[in-house]
Design a protein around this ligand. Structure first.
Ligand SMILES: [Ca+2]
Ligand SMILES: [Ca+2]
Ligand SMILES: [Ca+2]
Length: 261
């Protein structure tokens, strides 16, 4: 088993405490007030928490192996993906070349709610790295991974608003750390940080896109096109995060003046 915990750089909370123990299957039961998911893994959720149990539709034809590439598409692509998904696909490395180039050919999900996470080892360093894609126009165009291990794609969707999803392409490439021609989109060189290729406009747009935050360093001013500019900061949030009951801006102004109901 494994656990993955990722956090952003804005708010800090006490976190969590988990207990893991090994027992025989007949000793496994849910606690009072909980109910098991109808699922091969034994997962307990609080009663009345509809939609929390993982969906199994993910095993469909999402991953296609071609001679020279692997294609990963959201379930049903290009038709809207299902609601309530909790998918995970492991794309094995072919090990033919030192790097795996992960390209985003098409992407459209509900911002902030339907999220893709792509995980692997960095190239060339080999440190574990997670990249999160969400929104109708993701800024991520490509990622270079270390080809020594597989790349994992996770996809989680809620129960409102389903869009067309995604179309990814993974190929093994011979690569040096210094090359940049893999990050050209629309004849424009994108913004490269730590093996990640972003659209050039990701620089100083008020969203942290690079894992090390270098796209938002040294910005005199940020602009928040079609998003909300948190007051007295250089941070933007997507419009779905305005008046949604959760504080996203440093000064909490995204939850002020929201009106009743
Ligand atoms: Ca959704
Ligand atoms: Ca940015
Ligand atoms: Ca909010």
């Amino acid at each position: 088993m494994y656990l993955i915990f990722s956090s952003d750089t804005v708010f800090t909370y006490p976190g969590f405490s988990l207990r893991v123990e090994q027992v025989s299957p007949d000793q496994v039961s849910c606690n009072a007030g909980q109910t098991p998911c109808d699922y091969k893994d034994f997962i307990c959720v609080n009663e009345n928490s509809e939609g929390v149990c993982p969906d199994l539709e993910c095993d469909s034809d999402a991953v296609t192996f071609l001679d020279d590439a692997v294609i990963v598409k959201s379930p049903g692509y290009p038709q809207p993906y299902p609601a309530g998904l909790y998918c995970r696909w492991d794309v094995p490395s072919r090990g033919l070349a030192p790097a795996t180039l992960f390209r985003v050919l098409d992407f459209s999900t509900e911002a902030g709610e339907d999220v893709v996470q792509v995980s692997g080892l960095t190239f060339p360093g080999g440190e574990p790295a997670d990249y999160t894609l969400a929104g109708t126009t993701t800024k991520i165009r490509a990622v270079v991974f270390n080809a020594t291990t597989s790349v994992t794609v996770r996809f989680q969707t809620d129960f409102n608003i389903q869009l067309t999803g995604f179309h990814f392409n993974l190929i093994n490439v011979n690569f040096t750390e210094w090359e940049s021609d893999w990050c050209i989109t629309d004849k424009q060189t994108g913004f490269i940080c730590e093996g990640l290729c972003l659209v050039a406009s990701a620089k100083c747009d008020g969203f942290l896109d690079c894992l090390n935050g270098e796209d938002e360093n040294e910005c005199a001013e940020v602009y928040c096109p079609s998003s909300y500019h948190c007051s007295q900061t250089k941070t933007c949030i997507v419009s779905e995060q305005l008046c949604d009951g959760e504080i996203h801006c440093e000064h909490g102004d995204d939850e002020v003046e929201c009106g009743e109901g």
